[in-house]
Write a protein that binds this ligand. Sequence first.
Ligand code: PEP
Ligand code: MN
Length: 272
Amino acid sequence: MEQFRLASRDTHPADTVVQVGQVKLGGKHRAFIAGPCSVESREQVMEIAQAIQGSAQILRGGAYKPRTSPYSFQGLGEEGLRFLQAAGQAVGMPVVAEVVSPEEVDLVSDYVDMLQIGARNMQNYALLKKVGSQDKPVLLKRGFAATIEELLLSAEYIMVSGNHQVVLCERGIRTFNDYTRNTLDLSAVPVLQQLSHLPVIVDPSHGTGQWNLVEPLAKGAMAVGAHGLIIEVHHHPEEALSDGPQSLKPEKYRALVHKLNRLVACLEGDGE
Ligand code: PEP
Ligand code: MN
């Protein structure tokens, strides 16, 4: 395991617990992250934050969006970060947002409790080094064509730069199956947990691309031992400026979390 020494369980057998605001993730600590794909307005993110308060522990919302098409909504930028921060403070939840370039890391970390590195940037080494040299925890998403080893080596880039607060995220990879947006690799969860001490969460929203597949894959993720989930939620998915088809309405999200909590209790032997 010379390759990813700092991320490896060989050199660090105990589970790492990452702290985001007051929320702990890793080891025995599980946490749910939820919110809109993109921050669209002050009202939109505030409404969603209030609707998921109590069901999610961390609020998500993108302000710098890495969109496949240059004609798609690119995010509100710093204004979006302000709206996200205000919503998080209003409901008492720490917030996470994506950062897409090294130049914006300091600005984004002024507003958020956790920095997200998206799938498209998993191997943007200048960005990894930059987030590794600041002190906010990092949510590192697996690239859609990245192997497990490549994901762990990207975590290593962040850690070797000084920041050991890294959460890994399986969000689906590209395969010959084109029925779902990506193929969610749930086997990555126990494999990563065997190889590494870092917390592992799952994104069933990008993993499937379809809101009605989020529930079964979320259940599967918790059953295979994920430390948490990141799920997209929107009040009016049909009007969302990004990722509406995979977004859950708040009431569906709350009902799902209720079932997931019961599932986890059963798995831990505390259920009926
Ligand atoms: C997102 O979380 O909205 C996102 C763009 O995710 P990914 O980088 O996994 O595609
Ligand atoms: Mn999205």
